[in-house]
Ligand binder design. Structure first.
Ligand code: MSP
Length: 520
């Protein structure tokens, strides 16, 4: 398969210090939807996710729990894998940064930077946030001396550090952004990075002294230091791509030739809070070792609850797995994809969740059950051969809209268009009134056409909704007499006449109001 037909999608790797929540679920489901869409579109996909297991956060949390860091990581990696299984995430690879392969690639990467004279030894003296492992300038922290990310008090440190010559790559990075206007999406985030790059870019500290932090990967040229966790973490994308054979990092399969691997990634999906690390640190590090940069970075917005930021201390963290217990996995996926404009922010409320659920039930679910039950009732469960072109124009238009929305990374618009097609099909039912056609034997041909058209639109909807509601679309495919959810092209070409259809329970059943979505 040629490189153009491949797609490599990544999520951030999540800190193994806390439980998965709705923010992690959003990034992962969004990536899953894109991965599934491209598989449906017959692309060869690699979908990567995993856990970020080194660094101070993990070391501190393990200490708090009285366990070894690796025990905490084993437990949390399992939690994330379990959560992704329950949310129907179709990743191909779950990477852990404590894996031997990853450690070897990080070592090779740092050695390569060192060999290319991209690293120097220096002294850092200044303010440091222990929790976020970040250095801050006097100007950043203000008078109360707090970390700009987590708000905790910063400490003054003076220590030997290794620095990557990030500043050398500033011009090349700016040029790359100018020449590739869609490299960072959405535009508002790109503009933030462009603004950030108007200031002179400093060099990047890439090490932490072992005396303070031992839970990390040793620097190959100084074992008294470990790699800064962000450098370690970002390299995960490269490890999973298979570009670097750690036993032979240069030459045919290595830094000098990545053609047989998945590198460069087609898209890194990240939250807006971690865009600088992905669009400044990461590409400059790649330039430093002489590798191509990722093709695109999508920074999504932030989920808040009502008006408040989600936080453990406020006790308002939304658990996607709890929502799933009441409404099912597909409903959670649908809500998250449909409610947040891709790239923007959104607020979780139980009321909005219910409204989105009812949309699934009353539009898509209702169409599926009325169409299948009429085929069973009026035609003994066999789709008539009649022409099935009654909704062809709507189908064509929807397909165009869906493809173009996905291309423009407006996932919410893609599924709004798909839902509109289901709505149009319900209107078609109301207009054609198949129950009246069934009563009049002289209108048998008309009824055949109505039912064939509905069967056809359901096959197309099944393919269109599969990326976001895979579990229920599998059920629908079976009811439509298909052996599985068809690809987009197969769905369009499909001639449902003669197929045996069955009815079943509602795809999205009414939910007992006593068990409504709640953020408690
Ligand atoms: N470990 C780093 C990423 C390293 S990638 C090389 C990290 N991990 S994290 O566990 O904090 O999760 C990061 C992801 O979760 C980000 O994409 C972040 O935006 C997302 N979210 C965490 N809380 C969120 C919300 N409330 N809303 C939306 N997404 C948010 O950062």
């Amino acid at each position: 398969m040629s490189k153009a037909e491949r797609r490599f999608f990544t999520t951030p790797i999540y800190y193994a210090s806390g439980e998965p929540h709705i923010g992690h679920a959003y990034t992962t489901i969004l990536t899953d939807v894109l991965a599934r869409f491209h598989r449906q579109d017959e692309k060869d996909v690699l979908f990567l996710t995993g856990t970020d297991e080194h660094g101070q956060k993990i070391q501190d949390e393990a200490e708090k729990r009285g366990v070894e860091p690796i025990e905490l990581c084993d437990l949390m990696a399992e939690r994330f894998e379990e959560a992704w299984k329950r949310l129907d995430i179709s990743h191909d690879r779950f990477i852990r940064t404590t894996e031997a392969e990853h450690k070897a690639v990080v070592t090779a990467f740092l050695q390569r930077l060192w060999d290319r004279d991209q690293i120097y030894e220096g002294t850092y003296s200044g303010w440091y946030c222990v929790s976020d492992e970040r250095y801050w300038t006097e100007k950043d922290i203000g008078e109360d001396r707090r970390c700009q990310v987590c708000g905790r008090e910063v400490v003054y440190v003076e220590e030997k550090n290794y620095f990557f010559k990030m500043s050398e790559w500033q011009e090349k990075l700016i040029q790359h952004i100018e020449e590739n206007p869609d490299w960072i999406v959405p535009e508002v985030r790109k503009n933030e990075i462009v603004g950030f790059l108007r200031q002179p870019l400093g060099d990047l500290s890439i090490s932490r002294p072992k005396s303070r932090l031992s839970w990390g990967i040793d620097l190959p040229f100084d074992s008294n230091h470990v790699a800064y966790v962000w450098v370690d973490a970002l390299i995960n994308y490269l490890t999973a791509s298979g570009a670097i054979d750690p036993s032979n990092p240069v030459g045919e399969q290595g830094f000098d030739d990545v053609t047989d691997s998945w590198w460069p990634a087609d898209m890194h999906l990240v939250g807006k809070d971690i865009l600088t690390t992905h669009s400044v640190y990461w590409p400059t590090l790649l330039m430093g070792v002489g590798l191509p940069v990722p093709r695109q970075i999508l920074a999504h917005g932030w989920w808040v609850v009502g008006d408040a930021k989600m936080s453990k201390s406020l006790g308002n963290v939304v658990d996607p797995l709890e929502l799933r217990e009441t409404f099912g996995t597909d409903a959670v996926r649908w809500y998250l994809m449909r409610e947040m404009p891709t790239g923007g922010d959104a607020s979780y409320t139980p009321e909005r969740f219910l409204i989105r659920y009812e949309e699934l039930a009353n539009v898509l679910g209702n169409l599926a059950s009325r169409a299948t039950s009429m085929i069973v009732k009026y035609r003994d469960g066999v789709v008539p051969d009649g022409p099935s072109s009654g909704l062809d124009a709507a189908i064509d238009q929807t397909l165009q809209e869906v493809r173009s929305s996905i291309e423009r990374l407006k996932v919410h618009e893609a599924f709004a268009a798909a839902m509109d097609l289901a709505r149009a099909a319900n209107v078609y039912v109301e207009e054609r009134q198949p129950w009246a056609q069934a009563k009049d034997p002289s209108r048998s041909v008309e009824l055949d056409e109505t039912l064939a058209t509905l069967a056809r639109v359901l096959v197309v909807l099944c393919a269109l909704f599969q990326p976001v509601t895979p579990e229920k679309m599998e059920v629908l495919a079976t009811r439509l007499g298909l052996s599985g959810v068809p690809t987009l092209d197969d769905a369009i070409a499909s001639q449902p006449g003669g197929r045996a259809v069955t009815m079943g329970d509602p795809l999205f059943p009414r939910v007992d109001p006593a068990r409504e979505a709640s953020s408690d």
